[in-house]
Write a protein that binds this ligand. Structure first.
Ligand code: SF4
Length: 324
C-alpha cells in the first residue's frame, strides 16, 4: 500500500506470543498492515488464523499469558505498544472501538441497553446523566434503531439479534472513534439483518470512520472493504485491493477460500473445499504454514519460509510460486 500519508492505523512487524505447556507459540507472526483514513480494510481467513488476536492486540485486550513480543501499533500516529492499562482505557472507546460477533455476550444482561451506552459516554466525558441519555438516544436513531426512547429502556434479552448488534455499534460509535474494529460482526445474524448491518457500516465509513473488518466470509469482505489482507497461520499470505483480490487471486489459500464462496453466477454445481484443517500453532513447519494443505506444494515449501513479494503495485503474496 503505497503513497499513503494519512493513516488511521499502521501496524509494523507485529509479533504476539502465547506461553503454553508446549512452549511459546506465535498466533501473530510479523504482520504489517495499514488503514488509510476513511477506508475499510478487511482481514479474512479461517477461524484460528490469528485475525481476532491481531484485533485484540490493537485494543490492548490480549488474554492472559499473551504478550506483544515486538513491532509497533500506531493509532493516529500514537504508539500503543507499551501503553499502561490506564492509558489504554483512555484510548479504548474514544479513539478505537470494537464490536464482536455475539452482542449478547458483550452486553450486560442485567442492565438496560441505554444505560450501558450512557456509561461509555460518562467514562470519557464529564456530562450529566440527562445529557448522556440524550446523546445515546440520538446515536440509537443514527444507527437505525426505531423508537429509540423505548429501546433505551430495554434489557438485551428483549431485543432481536440485529437490534442488539445495532446497540453494540451505537456503543462503539458514541465517542466518534477514528477506528472501528468489527470482529465477525454479522456471523450470528441472518442474511437480511447481515445486509442491514453491512449497509450501516458503509454509512458510518462514509461519515469518516476508518474500519477494520475481520471475517471468515469473503462475501462479507467483498461488500464493504477497499483493501484486503488474507491471513493464515498467524501471517498475512496475500494482500491486495479488493477488486484485484477477487479478480486475480494468487495464493493457493486465497484461491481455495474463493472457490468455497457461493454465488448466483457460479457455473459449477459443487463448491470447492480446502482439505485438512488450520495447523496447530505449536506444530507449524519451518517453511510455508499452508504446505500440508496445498495442492501446489513443492519440495522447498515445507523447509523454506516464503517471503512477501509484490507482483503488481499494491498486490503482494507470500508463496514460492511467485518468488524469484
Ligand atoms: Fe503452496 Fe508452496 Fe505456495 Fe505454500 S509456498 S502456498 S506450499 S506453493
Amino acid at each position: 500500500m503505497e503513497n499513503r500519508t494519512e493513516l488511521t492505523l499502521k501496524i509494523d512487524h507485529l509479533n504476539v506470543s502465547i506461553k503454553t505447556e508446549n512452549g511459546l507459540i506465535k498466533p501473530v507472526n510479523d504482520i504489517s498492515l495499514e488503514i488509510p483514513r476513511g477506508k475499510v480494510v478487511g482481514i479474512v481467513g479461517e477461524s484460528g488464523c490469528g485475525k481476532s488476536m491481531t484485533a485484540r492486540a490493537v485494543m490492548g485486550l490480549l488474554p492472559p499469558a499473551t504478550k506483544i513480543e515486538g513491532g509497533s501499533i500506531l493509532l493516529d500516529g500514537n504508539e500503543l505498544t507499551g501503553h499502561s492499562e490506564e492509558q489504554l482505557c483512555g484510548v479504548r472507546g474514544s479513539e478505537v472501538s470494537m464490536i464482536f460477533q455475539e452482542p449478547m455476550t458483550s452486553l450486560n444482561p442485567v442492565m438496560k441497553v441505554g444505560r450501558q451506552v450512557d456509561e461509555v459516554i460518562r467514562v470519557h466525558q464529564k456530562v450529566p446523566l440527562a445529557e448522556a441519555r440524550k446523546m445515546t438516544i440520538e446515536m440509537f436513531r443514527a444507527v437505525g434503531i426505531s423508537e429509540p426512547e423505548e429501546r433505551y429502556e430495554c434489557y438485551p434479552h428483549q431485543l432481536s439479534g440485529g437490534l442488539r448488534q445495532r446497540v453494540m455499534i451505537a456503543m462503539a460509535m458514541i465517542m466518534k472513534p477514528s477506528l472501528l474494529i468489527a470482529d465477525e460482526p454479522t456471523t450470528a445474524l441472518d442474511v437480511t439483518v447481515e445486509a442491514q448491518i453491512l449497509r450501516l457500516m458503509k454509512e458510518l465509513n462514509k461519515s469518516g470512520t476508518s474500519i477494520l473488518l475481520i471475517s471468515h466470509n469473503l462475501g462479507v469482505i467483498a461488500q464493504v472493504c477497499d483493501y484486503v489482507y488474507v491471513m493464515y497461520a498467524g501471517q498475512f499470505v496475500e494482500e491486495a485491493d479488493v477488486f484485484a483480490l477477487f479478480d486475480q487471486p494468487l495464493h493457493p489459500y486465497t484461491k481455495g477460500l474463493l472457490g468455497a464462496v457461493t454465488s448466483l453466477r457460479r457455473e459449477e454445481a459443487v463448491l470447492e473445499t480446502i482439505h485438512g484443517v488450520v495447523p496447530d500453532f505449536s506444530e507449524l513447519p519451518d517453511g510455508c504454514g499452508f504446505a500440508a494443505r496445498c495442492e501446489k506444494c513443492m519440495e522447498r515449501c515445507s523447509a523454506l519460509m516464503p517471503r512477501m513479494a509484490e507482483t503488481e503495485p499494491g498486490h503482494r503474496v507470500r508463496c514460492h510460486l511467485y518468488s524469484a
